[in-house]
Design a protein. Sequence first.
Length: 241
Amino acid sequence: MECTKQREIEINDYVRQYEEWLNNSYFDENTKNELRKIEGDKKEIEDRFYKDLEFGTAGLRGVIAAGRNRINIYTVRRATFGLANYIIKNTTEEEKNRGVVIAHDNRHMSREFCIETANTLAACGIKAYIFDSLRTTPELSFAVRNLNAISGVVITASHNPTEYNGYKVYWEDGAQVMPHIASAITEEINSIHDYSIIPTLTEENKNLVIMLDEKEDTNFIEAVKSQIIRPELVKKCWKRF
């Protein structure tokens, strides 16, 4: 009897979450249309809404689709708001003002997620550096240190299938955040239950989104070249191509 009641509570919760996304004006019409297509599919609705997409191993990773348990512009905004709150609460004003660098790969929706991340950070009063197109994770790591940023984000799902994307957080040392920081960011994210409270970009703070130019690429390439132990061998091998 108790198991049946618990199951009823769980069903009511994910159905309520599904209906919230369908009826709340905060969510865009394309998202709602996608969700209307799974109406009546209890298994699919449950999988998308029975829990929030988990922030683990320094970030998010999931199938690109509408829903709490999927990666989409809304779950990316929520993760970024949690990151922003962590930075605001746990760093000095000077450290916060150093900003966050964001890079992305060429997966589906990567550019869109990059822009959403930058806009949410700027809406929270945190400077966001972005590149004009995709960049590698090593360049993101370098840029965090080179620009003296407090944090970094890279939009990628590494080796996962094409329907996936991901969101990884780096710290000021250019490495993925340590477990204790990831845990604290998770707590901030988990405290956000209402998506509509997440700040949106305005005219007042849009200047906090800063586009990086080719100078940052040059800095990265020169830094890599400076680590070559025997450049004459590289030149010799390069001539063969």
